[in-house]
Write a protein that binds this ligand. Structure first.
Ligand SMILES: Cc1ncc(COP(=O)(O)O)c(C=O)c1O
Length: 385
């Protein structure tokens, strides 16, 4: 065997093979409609680029403190106060290289080898691999279209075992777009509370919500709460690799130690640039982009239904539609491969998101313009015919 046992548990992103094939086909001159990509197609907001240019000229690009630039941590705390009415001590904010590092810090800080973490299935695939990395056990909690892909307090209470330490949920969720209301989160917290567990809420699609209330789990009166967020999605900064956590006071110092050892600090230039991302003056541009995602969602939702995909009520957030394709195929993986080969449309098979009926599901990302989505829909119609 090469390497550690855990390497056998860590699965690749299956969509990456599909993406590689799509790129190869493009290199050969084929036009591919990309509906598999999990990042906004918009460029970095101009104000962020300007701030980065200015920082390059005026700031030393050295290591920052491991928990992040104090100004940025303060600006994140101010953002919660201004936008969500949540007063937060800025010292509870931990700036990380993407929320990917934030999720790893959270798992490293909370889970001993053999401990369990509950994860809704379907869900973001990396989470279970982060658990494996600290020799913990991810436990799937299946969520279904009939229940709006929401885990219930009863399910959590039933799934909780003596080895369980935490529940992690995402709101809005990848791949389903489901948003959990503060009331629903409070019920989950109530189920966890007597069990002395932690609730981790991944809010990295926060701000990309369509027509419903914009909230944060930080409004909950619950102490054992970790909130994860990122500059990647709403702020349109995927490649800048910047995210953050808000943690209880007692976890700040351990997070500092972990961050110092694991990566020293988040990218310094990105931290300076992110100050401009949070500035309220940048908000109209971000909200214009959000409104465009909203239009795309409405278009694609209707189009997919008319093609024979089954969807629940229109998802309230993120930029994905998680569609049941069982009326069209019994093997979503083969379906996605054929769709790509035959008509040049790239979408993600359910396999990447867990073991809860993956063969019956496909994730469509509306991270490309309306004209391309229309073309993709036409091509899928041609394929199905
Ligand atoms: C639910 C969820 N959490 C976390 C991430 C990681 O994002 P990043 O590391 O860019 O902040 C992603 C990326 O797609 C995601 O979908």
């Amino acid at each position: 065997m090469t390497g550690a046992h855990r390497l056998q548990q860590i699965q690749p992103f299956h969509v990456m093979a599909l993406l590689a094939r799509a790129r190869q086909m493009e290199a050969e001159g084929r036009d591919i409609v990309h509906m598999e990509v999990g990042e906004p197609d918009f460029p970095t907001p101009p104000a962020v680029i300007q701030a980065a240019e200015s920082a390059l000229k005026t700031q030393p690009i050295h290591y920052t403190p491991a928990l992040g630039l104090p100004d940025l941590r303060q600006a994140i705390a101010d953002y919660y106060a201004e936008r969500y009415g949540v007063e937060l001590d800025w010292r509870r904010v931990v700036v990380t290289p993407g929320s990917s590092a934030a999720l790893q810090l959270a798992m490293a800080a909370l889970l001993n080898p053999g401990d369990e973490i509950l994860l809704p299935d379907p869900g973001y695939p990396c989470n279970r691999n982060f658990a494996y990395l600290v020799n913990a056990k991810p436990r799937s909690v299946p969520v279904h279209r009939s229940g709006g892909f929401r885990p219930t307090a009863k399910q959590i209470a039933n799934a909780w075992s003596p080895a369980t330490r935490a529940l992690m949920v995402a709101s809005p969720s990848n791949p389903t777009g489901t948003c959990l209301s503060l009331g629903e989160l409070a019920e989950l917290a109530e189920a966890i509370s007597p069990r002395q567990g932690y609730l981790i809420v991944d809010e990295i699609y926060q701000g990309l919500t369509y027509g419903n209330v914009d909230e944060t789990a930080l409004s909950l009166a619950f102490d054992r709460l970790i909130v994860v967020n990122s500059f990647s999605k709403y702020f349109g900064m995927t490649g800048w690799r910047l995210g953050w956590l808000v943690v209880p006071d007692a976890l700040v110092e351990p997070m500092d130690r972990l961050a110092q050892n694991l990566y020293l600090c988040a990218p310094t230039l990105a931290q300076h640039a992110a100050l401009a991302a949070l500035n309220p003056a940048n908000r109209p541009e971000l909200d214009r982009r959000r409104d465009e995602f909203h239009q795309r969602r409405d278009f694609l939702y209707t189009a997919l239904k008319s093609l024979g995909f089954v969807l629940g009520p229109s998802p309230q957030g993120a930029f994905y539609l998680y569609a049941d394709c069982s009326a069209l195929t019994h093997d979503s993986q083969a379906f996605c491969e054929q769709l790509l080969e035959q008509v040049g449309v790239a979408v993600t098979p359910g396999l990447d998101f867990g073991s809860n009926a993956p063969q019956a599901h496909v994730r469509f990302a509306f991270t490309t313009g309306l004209d391309r989505l229309q073309l993709g829909v036409d091509k899928i119609a041609e394929f199905l015919a």
